[in-house]
Design a protein around this ligand. Sequence first.
Ligand code: ZN
Ligand code: ZN
Length: 136
Amino acid sequence: MVTVQCYCGAVRMELTGEPLAQFYCHCEDCQAVHGAAYLPAVMYRIPATRLVAGEPAYWKLKTTVRAFCRECGTRLYAEPPGLGIRSITALLLHQGLFKPTFHIQCQHALLPIKDTLPHFKGFPAMFGGSDEQVSW
Ligand SMILES: [Zn+2]
Ligand SMILES: [Zn+2]
């Protein structure tokens, strides 16, 4: 069991079991919402996540609902529509727990990230995508 919380501690969530996936997302939605080039994310099925303190506020820029703390503004997680999953901001994990295995939505990347992980142009096959990769 892993606990994540916003920076002020008002909202806490427990995560049970292994995540479905750990990755970096370069989509334009994450860029706009987080004001960042890309976002580290850890994905769980909704029933494997449990809010144990506080109640986040919800908001969406386009189609993906995003949860944040109404006190400190920390972005907690996103719920892409219809998938039954929560994509949690991996910055909230304790040091060393985030173990990314690929990059997604690299077609929108602001800059190439040169590492040894696969760089999917859109989504990998496990997310229903084409598995196509970019050259960097
Ligand atoms: Zn907070
Ligand atoms: Zn994204």
